[in-house]
Design a binder for this molecule. Sequence first.
Ligand SMILES: [Fe+2]
Length: 277
Amino acid sequence: MEHFESPYRPSDFVSSRAVENRAFFHDTIIRAKAHRFFSHPFMTVLDDTTPSPEVVAFILTSFYKIVSPFTGLLCTLGGRAPDLRSRFALMDNIYEEMGRGNLAEAHPSLYLRMLASIGVSARAAEAQRTLPSIRRINDHLHEVVERRTFAVACAVLASAEATIPPSFPVLAKMARKAFPDVDMGFFDRHGPRDEGHSDDAAMLFSVTADSSDYATVETEVRLDLDYRVELFDEWMEAIRAGAPVHVAASDRPPRYISERPPRRPSVRPGGSVSPRR
Ligand SMILES: [Fe+2]
C-alpha cells in the first residue's frame, strides 16, 4: 500500500485459510504469466515496426475506453468489500486513481491530457467507437465485480493490474516515438506502482477468499487475459494495415459508465422472491 497505512498485521496472514489462498493465488499468477498475452507480438512490435502517428493516435484513443470506466469499477468493488479493513485497503488504489485528491491528476484526466497533447480532444476520445475487444474486457470486468464474490473480483483485479507493467511501456514508447511532445504524466504514474496494486489485490484475495472461489478465479483470470489478447490482435491489425481498425456501426454501443447493474430479484429467508429496493 502506497498512500494508506495497511489495515492488516502479519497475524492476519497466518491462518491456514490465508496461507492456502496465498499459495493458490501465487500458482495462478505463475500460470497466468504463461498466457499468450505476455508473449504476444504486440509486446515487441516496436523492434521492427514504426507505426504511423495516425495508427498510434488510434491505438491510444481506443484505450481511453478502458481507462475511463476503471475508477467506476474500483468504486463498485469497494462497495462490495465485506468489511472496513478490506474496503480501506482498496481505497489506497482508488485514491491513486483519483489523482490523490486532485481531479486534474485523476488517471482518466491524465489520460485525456495525454490525448490532448497529441491532438485528440476529449470529445473525439469519447466519440470514438469502442473496439469489440474493449467492450468484452469491460463487460467481463463488470460481470466479475458485480456478480462474483469480492475475493474472485480481487483476484481478477490483481491479474489485470499485472498486465500493466509489461504493456504500458510499449504504449509509452510508441507514443513518444510518434509524438515527441506527448504529455507523459499518465505513463509516469504507471508501471511499478501497478505491481503494488496487484500485490494489494492479491493480499485482499488471501484474507477474504476460500477454496470454493478457486475454480472461478482460474476461469475469470483466463477470460480477462483472452480478451486482452483480442485487443492486442485488433491493434496489430491496425499496425499491419497502417490504418485504424474499422468498427462496424452495427456493433452494440458502449455501455454508459454511470449505468447501474440491472435489478435482480433477491430471495428472502422465507423463500419468497421480491424485487430489490
Ligand atoms: Fe491507473
